[in-house]
Design a protein around this ligand. Structure first.
Ligand code: IFM
Length: 447
């Protein structure tokens, strides 16, 4: 993979972090009163997960959080993004809170504070309590109300101790993979329903932001949302390819951005969607358009759109990751500059995820993952290019701190800076971890 040697220069206030999510690392699925989530149910159905695995043990982070925080600290980063398992703190998703669940996150946040690492919470990283799914899940208008109650409770308990709280991680995935093509929990394949689910997710975001601000007032943390985004590039300048690329961008990026920042859904997407199950009630769009303090952008790849079959050759592609995703760092620059142009009052952006899956293995206690180093370096250069063009980006979180449960791919895909041997739970820092640690250190020294 070719790299350029352009040196990195990030501002002194820039935040450096790593990210994880609850279901992917915690394990302890049945401990201390945790209720089941839709992902527990999904994993335990046969044929849903590539390697037949579950999140029952995962990286056993629930028991190893203290030493895992030590590992985070060893990377020199100042920020850690993690999610709360809703069913750990409220087993059914409504009704009683589970104090033992909250204790876990209290201890985690305290441990991070001891190490001077800022905590960045995500409230919903796909693991809806099964109790709420049984009442209709994200198809029900009641679920956004329950989500706002959960958000307010988290803000009340942790708001003064954390740097940020994001409502959702990648609602596109919940809607499109959970309800559109059944690849993710709860395993529904119905495009019309997925559109209504996306509306309820956005509604829940707005309700939660309002509820959390009501609890913490101005003294609270930064509130925002995390969206996965990608530019959609047409293979050629033909009207058919261009129209197809615009549609792809509208249904993925604009579908979530426009309601939040413009107060309406993009017409280009509405024109082509099956709206038979789509109901927006009076006042919904005002709720969704709550001002937020930051936008989290998760960037991995771009979408290449061709109406030819087979598609045209892909210029500028530097290879593919173990997920079969194009390595296309210049897409990050294009995406961010495009956002800045399209949305006037955009809040500061954090790159809340960026990373690469690779077929890593340990040899002589080392993991040589040069390809990941190059991937990160090129994406940091692309990020810097966007910042030089005026995009206000405040931080970068590598996905992920360690190898973990990669959803319907199980444990077969490794994104971590830290290698996890799932048989022994031994952690081994990969070469990329040492490299990232040194980058963070050198950026600090420049300051
Ligand atoms: O592992 C996921 C994460 O949970 C959400 N964003 C993409 C990552 C890689 O697929």
């Amino acid at each position: 993979m070719p790299t350029t040697s352009r040196p990195l220069h990030f501002p002194p206030t820039f935040h450096w972090g790593v990210a994880t999510s609850a279901f992917q690392i915690e394990g302890a699925a049945l401990e201390d009163g945790r209720g089941p989530s839709i992902w527990d149910t999904f994993c335990h159905q046969s044929g849903t997960i590539l390697d037949g695995s579950t999140g029952d043990v995962a990286c056993d982070h629930y028991h190893r959080y203290a030493s895992d925080v030590d590992l985070i600290a060893s990377l020199n980063v100042d920020s850690y993004r993690f999610s709360i398992s809703w069913s750990r703190v409220q087993p059914l998703g409504y009704g009683a809170w589970n104090e033992r669940g909250f204790e876990f996150y209290s201890k985690l946040i305290a441990r991070l504070a001891e190490k001077n690492i800022q905590a960045h919470i995500t409230l919903y990283h796909w693991d809806l309590p099964q109790g709420l799914q049984d009442l209709g899940g994200w198809l029900s208008r009641e679920t956004p109300q329950r989500f706002a109650e959960y958000a307010a409770e988290v803000a009340r308990r942790f708001g003064s101790q954390v740097a940020s709280i994001a409502t959702h991680n990648e609602p596109w995935c919940t809607a499109n993979l959970g309800y559109g093509n059944a690849q993710f929990a709860p395993g529904v394949a119905d495009r019309a329903l997925s559109i209504q689910v996306s509306h309820h997710l956005l509604l829940s975001h707005g309700l939660a932001i309002k509820a959390m601000r009501a609890v913490t007032g101005d003294a609270g943390p930064q509130y925002g949302i995390v969206l996965n985004q990608w530019p959609a590039d047409p293979a050629t300048a033909s009207p058919a390819d261009v129209a197809e690329a615009q549609w792809e961008y509208a249904r993925s990026v604009e579908w979530f951005m426009d309601p939040i920042f413009k107060g309406h859904y993009p017409q280009r997407a509405l024109d082509r969607m099956d709206l038979s199950r789509f109901h927006v009630m009076d006042g919904d769009m005002e709720i969704i358009q709550q001002p937020i303090d930051f936008l989290g952008v998760n960037y991995y790849t771009r979408t290449f759109v061709s109406t030819d079959n087979p598609p045209k050759a892909r210029p500028g592609v530097l290879g593919f990751t173990d997920m079969d995703w194009e390595i296309y760092p210049q897409g990050l620059t294009a995406l961010l500059v495009g956002l800045k142009e399209a949305y006037k009052d955009l809040p500061p952006i954090y790159i809340t995820e960026n990373g690469m899956a690779a077929a890593d293995h340990v040899s002589n206690d080392q993991v040589n993952d040069q390809a990941r180093i190059e991937y990160i370096q090129m994406h940091l250069q692309a990020l810097q290019a966007a910042m030089e063009q005026g995009v206000d980006v405040r931080g970068y979180f590598y996905w992920s701190l360690m190898d973990n449960f990669e959803w319907n791919s199980g444990y077969s895909k490794r994104f971590g800076l830290i290698y996890v041997d799932y048989a022994t739970q031994q952690r081994t820092l990969k070469e990329s971890a040492y490299w990232y640690r040194d980058v963070v250190q050198s950026q600090r020294q420049e300051k």
